[in-house]
Design a protein around this ligand. Sequence first.
Ligand SMILES: C[S@@+](CC[C@H](N)C(=O)[O-])C[C@H]1O[C@@H](n2cnc3c(N)ncnc32)[C@H](O)[C@@H]1O
Length: 188
Amino acid sequence: MHADSWALKAKKLGYRSRAVFKLEEILNKLNRKKSFKNVLDLGSAPGGWSQYISVNFPDSNIIAIDILDMKPIEKVTFIKDSVENIENIDAVKTNKGRFDLVISDIAPNLTGIRTVDDENILELNLLSVNIAEKYLKDQNATVVIKTFQNNNLKSLRKHMELFFKIVQTYKPAASKNKSAETYLYGAR
Ligand SMILES: C[S@@+](CC[C@H](N)C(=O)[O-])C[C@H]1O[C@@H](n2cnc3c(N)ncnc32)[C@H](O)[C@@H]1O
């Protein structure tokens, strides 16, 4: 499907972003699409992924974090803060070890300087892996992380393999071909 068609489909279904279809594809591929009791959405604005979980898994409790504002979504607790500050967010701390799913679509502001951008991406990706490692349940838990095809991808994947039984890289059809973005998921 053409990129614009995903955007139109999202609009038609009332979703805030076309990113929902990437998450949908990844969750389908994971075949873990049964139920998620507690979900942590890192870098959640404008809210497409949180909306998707809220609509398709109505029994889920969702905590969403972003440095930008996000309009309210039913059953989603939104916290305006940086994920770098997660240790100080009570709603997350009290659910430590209880999350079934951590989703991170975080992207830094790009500077256009390749080495700087790659380092910033890696830093946020490593933070997402470490948050998932710390806050997910010990078993039957999944993390999905957006990253980019670059020289750091291999070492990021290796880092994830320290904590997750299954680690896979996946480029959903809904992600533009020309975009370097790709997704890593891990399961334990
Ligand atoms: C691609 S958008 C997420 C889109 C979202 N998944 C959706 O479906 O609507 C990436 C988000 O990451 C957020 N972000 C970047 N750095 C962050 C940080 N340190 N802490 C929290 N959010 C951050 C940005 O503000 C931006 O809203």
